[in-house]
Write a protein that binds this ligand. Structure first.
Ligand code: PLP
Length: 414
């Protein structure tokens, strides 16, 4: 049984088996929840690879092995939240380093850099990373990290990951050697070249594997599609570079933002159905995006699966399908949008995304309230859907009745 090389198997098979073989002592088919803080030693320093649960826990190890396999990376690390994972990555930066990020970055990522890391001398600037000309102009001599998401939130812009990686290679040369110079045990660490970090939360590894397109690091809020059932908060980082792994593993233990074993178990359980869920999310979202386009109350639909999406070609090249997030604007401004989001019955009015149940929200007043007045401000007539895996007919019927309360085209000045 354990002789099989899972790396040769398909995604759906790896999601169920890799890192999760039956437990040896009892034969338990599912990785147990190792709810322990410490491990018995037979002599000083003689143990089975586990000493203390901040450092390592077998349930967490299984999850880290599984996500590395699914993203096609050499290693994975798990954290107490997506933000804790991003924070651990940012620890690689030192004063004077520059970060280039997206002008519609996830609000929590922006807040962490702008309100905390900038205090320690980390510089940043923001451009529209879906436009490669802006990426080229935004890269600086002191740039050490490019942080991107694709699709982005809430306008579902698509960033050409291979395109950004190629621009970085053109500017800084082909990567050679390890990315982080650090002698373990000392304080002297420094990135030797800029790294490309992709937040893959909106796509999931079933739809897109950024490492294969030239990214150095992938981060996930597993709270979303990977967990998939809106019942856990957890973060994951995946990469190939061994120097980054050593440093991040050191920091994971030193700072201790680790997830509990039950949370790891919930995400492992979610991963087993990731492929089948992402296919359903994507199919339902595609139908809804097409349906919304013909509704007279709708002004514009944002979905990378639509042929008229301005980076549809890139999305089709780097993604297997287009995921479950759909945004659209309605006629009649925020009053109209507010009425629609309060009128759905199957779609629940709530923040977050990626669960099996459909959610609806008003970014301007909810997830993106903090962008008001900034460059990243979102339209107040915008509505964001996290399309779940309920039956498509029920979802469309629900949106149809909700959109009846929106102002029809022309009834209210936009
Ligand atoms: C939710 C989210 C995060 C933050 O993850 P948490 O698990 O909530 O800490 C980061 N990036 C994206 C794109 C997200 O949607």
């Amino acid at each position: 049984m354990s002789n099989i090389d899972w790396s040769k198997t398909q995604f759906e098979t790896r999601a169920i088996h890799d890192g999760q073989e039956p437990e040896e002592q009892t034969g338990a088919v599912i990785v147990p929840i190792y709810q322990t803080s410490t491990y018995a030693q037979t002599g000083v320093g003689e143990h089975k690879g586990f000493e203390y649960a901040r450092t390592d826990n077998p349930t967490r190890t299984a999850l880290q092995t599984s996500i590395a396999s699914l993203e096609g990376g050499e290693w994975g690390l798990a954290y107490g939240s997506g933000m804790a994972a991003i924070q651990n990555i940012l620890y690689m930066l030192v004063p004077g380093d520059h970060v280039l990020m997206s002008d519609d970055a996830y609000g929590g990522t922006f807040r962490l850099i702008d309100k905390i890391f900038a205090r320690y001398g980390i510089e940043y600037s923001m451009v529209d990373l879906s436009d490669l000309d802006q990426v080229r102009e935004g890269l600086r001599d002191d740039t050490k990290m490019v942080i991107t998401e694709s699709p982005t939130n809430p306008y579902l812009k698509i960033v050409d990951i291979a395109g950004v990686s190629n621009l970085m290679r053109e500017r800084y040369g082909e990567p050679t050697g390890e990315a982080l110079a650090w002698e373990a045990g000392t304080r002297d660490f420094q990135l030797t070249r800029p790294v490309l970090l992709v937040d893959n939360t909106f796509a999931s590894p079933y739809l897109q594997t950024p490492l294969a397109h030239g990214a150095d690091l992938v981060v996930h809020s597993a709270t979303k599609y990977l967990g998939g059932h809106s019942d856990v908060v957890l973060g994951l980082v995946i990469g190939n570079d061994p120097s980054i792994q050593r440093f991040m593993k050191f920091h994971q233990n030193a700072a201790g933002a680790v997830p509990g074993p039950f949370d790891c178990w919930l995400v492992l359980r979610g991963l087993k159905t990731l492929g089948i869920r992402m296919r359903e999310h994507s199919a339902n979202a595609m139908r809804i995006a097409e349906w919304l386009k013909q509704d007279p109350a709708v002004k514009e639909v944002y979905y990378p699966g639509l042929p008229d999406h301005h980076n549809h070609e890139v999305a089709a090249r780097q993604m297997r399908a287009f995921s479950g997030m759909v945004s659209f604007s309605v006629h009649g401004g925020w009053e109209s949008a507010s009425r629609v989001v309060a009128a759905t019955k199957v779609f629940t009015l709530a923040e977050s995304l990626g669960g099996v149940e459909s959610l609806i929200e008003h970014p301007g007043q909810m997830t993106h309230l903090s962008t008001a007045g900034s460059k990243a401000e979102v339209g107040d007539d915008l509505i964001r859907l996290s399309v779940g895996i309920e039956h498509i007919d029920d979802l469309i019927a629900d949106l149809e009745q909700a959109l009846e309360v929106a102002s029809p085209a022309g009834a209210v000045a936009d």
